[in-house]
Design a protein around this ligand. Sequence first.
Ligand code: GDP
Ligand code: IMO
Ligand code: MG
Length: 430
Amino acid sequence: MPSTCVFGAQWGDEGKGKIIDRMAADADCVVRYQGGANAGHTVVVAGEKFVLHLIPSGILHKGTVNMIGGGVALDPAKLLEEVDGLRERGVTVEGQNLRVSASAHVIFEFTRTLDGLAERWKGDGRIGTTGRGIGPCYADKASRSGLRVADLLSRERLQPRLERLLAEKNALMTGVYGEEPFDVAAELERSLALGERLAPFVADVGAELRDAHAGGARVLFEGAQGALLDIDHGTYPYVTSSNTGTAGIAAGAGFPANQLEDAVGIAKAYCTRVGEGPFPTEDHGAEGQKIRDEGNEYGATTGRPRRCGWFDSVAMRFTCDLNGATGLIVTNLDVLSAFDELKVCVAYHLDGERLERYPSGRDLDGIEPEYVTFPGWGTDITGARSWDDLPAAAQAYVQHLEALSGTPIVMLSVGPERDQVIPMAVEAST
Ligand code: GDP
Ligand code: IMO
Ligand code: MG
């Protein structure tokens, strides 16, 4: 895997953290290139659970360099909290194995506050964000008023920039939101203190990454969120504010687009979504609740119950195609052991039309999914470690997912632990 992207092929929370942690055993660098602490990537090793928000999921492997690219919306307070939390648990996090781009845009306490206020302002049209300041940070970046990690490292540099930014934000706070203004002096001191602690990690990540790759390093790009939350190709406006898949890498990591070799999509064997927005295969009834119960489907960042429904092969064909997926990893297959019958969406019905191709750019609200039903297997598969350990009905279900997705399934996951996977032999996946 000289350079491989692992991206979410649904609406996020597909199990990327678990898979990246596993694949990181064979990687030299793991790189986050977009998103921020809105991500919650869960890794479970020998019963011990880690939830990573900003630190790449290679951090549990000694010798792996974890990089945070310039495209990440970086919240220094959250990052340092995470560093402290990992160190308390005996994980090494130092300047050698965690590199933070000097060009990453910064999320301040006030950026988070503004995220919440923007949601309040939108009322019924709210996105259901994670409240981590992502939208306002990327908006400031695009409007060229944002501050970057390098700005935190000196008072001379930070003070005028922060004063300018906060003058604008305070006009918004008092004039639009009817709130108290932010305290500029307090924000300045807090940010300088964070900058001081952040300094040992700060680097020219793009240059280091390109050098490492040129020297033969195996690089793993860790996508956050999912393809259907992509700002350009997702269910806009109910999306996050970055390019979540392979498209985000070149800009967000400073890595030439033509150097990426593989792209592995991660998908649950069913679908979940947190926050507002269209979800064609959502099950509002007892079966959706059963998926939530069996899969413990509650957000790793906000604890919100995830909306649950069936595997959507129309959306999957779209996200694999869009991201140039060379393989698919299907997670949470074990969760479906509790069902007698499984549904898979094979087409959409919209405005009197039957669609097998995802209707990008159209309003998805009125979609009626067309389902095919498959028999369940009814036995625990969490101990399965090879294709042959799976019951025939589980094998058949996976083969249907592969045929419908149009992308080879290269691995299955049957539990949250690092070793609960089934590598797919070539003959099994054809
Ligand atoms: P991410 O954001 O894509 O990294 O995914 P999250 O960590 O937010 O959510 C995935 C959840 O599913 C976590 O609680 C994982 O521990 C868990 N998980 C991952 N793979 C599997 C699996 O194969 N089976 C089960 N039952 N849980 C899994
Ligand atoms: P990981 O990396 C699932 C969702 C939010 C909301 C929308 C916009 O763990 O898969 P934002 O805070 O980004 O402005 O919220 O995107 N969202 C996620 N959903 N997994 C995530 O990350 C998410 N990050 C953001 O719920 O609907
Ligand atoms: Mg998550």
